[in-house]
Design a protein around this ligand. Sequence first.
Ligand code: MN
Length: 263
Amino acid sequence: MLSDLRKPEEWTKRRLSGVRRYCGCRGRWRVARAQAPFALPPLPYADNALAPVISANTIGFHYGKHHKGYLDAMNAALAGPAKDLAGLSLLDLMKATAGKPERAALFNAAAQTWNHTFYWNSLKPGTGGKPPAGSRIAARLDTDFGGYDKFRETMKAMAVGQFASGWGRLVIENGKLACVRTPNAETPATVAGRTPLLTIDVWEHAYYLDYQNRRADYVDALLDKLINWEFADKNLVQDRTFIGRSRAGAREVVTLLFVFANN
Ligand code: MN
């Protein structure tokens, strides 16, 4: 397999599982681009799997009504007034509409579609708390925050302190981990130099049925019981600025190439 990996012209011929393909022309792995009409990605777990931290009732509204509502609004726009953008991938659609007042409704729908898929994947039943000892993400929390406890304090402050609707985020900013908050539909996915690793939705629809006005309790529960460090770790490895500064990251990319080439 290693010999195959050294022949990019061979890689382009392979049909790989999932949606990842090797783009030999640029020497990178790329995700095949879904276009309009977009489908609602399935939840990565059953709707009651996050209970009691997040109830099936909340998931039913949040995923089944809010997330789907954003997706439907985006698809409706792309089938009508925004038909000129219907050929774009979701990421390119967000980039094409970000910061343009005349496209604000479409940006909000597209970015919220993306944000929610990212949020569902940021959570996982039976996890949370500290990342596994010895993991890359644990090492980075030590280096960039001075340890897990400081990260947790910073992340909680960002999520709880977001005024009105928005998101608490763990991102990489120019090669370094950072906690930030973004209002409304704003997303680090469209910001150069920012790579999203994890997110916490702090719109009221995310927690009001279970926690009413106690946003801090919801954030505490997510951090302690549902944060998906595997997902953060995967996103960490895919960040180019991180890879550029980390031999471990570069090695991991080679490992990922093996996995994809063998599927
Ligand atoms: Mn939401």
